[in-house]
Design a protein around this ligand. Structure first.
Ligand SMILES: [Fe+2]
Ligand SMILES: [Fe+2]
Length: 343
């Protein structure tokens, strides 16, 4: 997983001024040449690689976006990890463990991609642990029953795929390459969730009701995952110009709605939106109003599980201190031994 457009400002930044404002006003002659070469590469749909010159604002935007993405992957392990010990069968447990483990891997690729931009893992994790860095708002909601695990796979991973497939064509090479593998794994995540729900929908009336209840609770939050409407999304234009973002928040959201409606029909669930209907003229579905106040409240730390999620990450970091210390001591010992042998 997961994105929420990955362009929400982190805690230390001003919501309206991030992005465009960060572009330097005046460049010296050498920088102007480098900037021109960079612009030409972007215009030709080329890739930018770690050691190449890039505008500071481009670097800063990528560090924010890729680190938010990495944080989302590892925080995203928590709502589902919570169900590993309670999965209803060995088969479901195996699938869920594999999925949660994939998310850890996604976090690691993404931290590595962000490190190529000159930021350290410790800096990124410190920003997460002190509450400065954002992660996807979707993980601040609880997974109340087993159907939630299926719905998270179907809808949350489904929304993540919509968002992440265009990132495979992102202008920054390491981010784009990481996304290719991530998207393949997300596809498995989405299918396992959908298949788990299909089985439940062939079960008892109580199981069917559980699925419908989970869909009701997650649907609107998944639509909000695509980020604020284009008109209120200050970073989008610059992200598009730089080839980081390829499709706008509203267009991605529309694609997700149009893809999900027929899947809901096959599954036999109702999507909880009375305004959801096919619009013949637009050849797309109309849908109702998203509660953006709730979205921003959750992004800004006041969702139902924000404190729990952050607390779990900080505890894991503190509990792992002895492992980091032991690994460092071992590496130092090895180094000393090698130096002694070489002397
Ligand atoms: Fe993921
Ligand atoms: Fe996933």
């Amino acid at each position: 997983m997961y994105t929420q457009s990955f362009s929400v400002p982190d805690g230390t930044e001003d919501v309206k001024s991030v992005g465009l404002k960060a572009i330097p006003k005046a460049l010296n002659a050498q920088d102007a040449d480098l900037q021109a070469a960079f612009d030409a590469r972007i215009d030709a749909d080329g890739r930018i690689e770690p050691r190449e010159w890039m505008p500071e604002a481009y670097r800063k935007t990528l560090v924010r976006q890729i680190s938010q993405h990495a944080h989302s992957e590892i925080v995203g392990m928590l709502p589902e990890g919570n169900w590993v010990s309670r999965a209803p069968s060995l088969k479901r447990k195996t699938i869920l463990i594999a999925k949660v483990q994939d998310e850890a891997g996604h976090g690691l690729y993404l931290y590595s991609a962000a490190e190529t931009l000159g930021t350290s893992r410790d800096q990124m994790l410190d920003a997460l642990h002190t509450g400065k860095a954002k992660y996807s708002s979707i993980f601040n909601y609880p997974t109340l029953n087993w159907a939630d695990v299926g719905v998270v796979g179907w809808l949350v991973d489904g929304a993540a795929i919509m968002n992440q497939v265009p990132l495979c064509r992102c202008s920054y090479g390491p981010y784009a390459r990481a996304m290719v593998r991530v998207c393949k794994e997300e596809s498995f995540h989405q299918r396992q969730g959908y298949e788990a729900l299909l089985v439940m929908m062939q079960g008892t009336a109580e199981q069917k009701a559980m699925v419908q209840d989970a869909v009701n609770r997650w649907w609107w939050k998944c639509l909000a995952m695509f980020g604020p409407p284009d008109a209120d999304s200050p970073n989008s234009a610059q992200g598009m110009r730089w080839g980081i973002k390829r499709i706008s928040n509203d267009d991605l959201r529309q694609k997700f709605v149009d893809a999900t409606v027929p899947q809901a029909k096959v599954l036999g669930v109702t999507l909880p939106d009375p305004d959801l209907k096919w619009n013949e003229a637009r050849q797309a579905h109309d849908y109702g109003q998203i509660d953006w106040d709730e979205f921003w409240a959750t992004v800004n730390g006041n969702g139902p599980c924000n404190k729990e999620r952050l607390g779990a990450r900080v505890k894991a970091w503190n509990d792992g201190a002895w492992v980091r210390e032991a690994a460092l001591a071992h590496a130092q010992k090895q180094q000393q031994r090698q130096m002694k042998e070489a002397a």
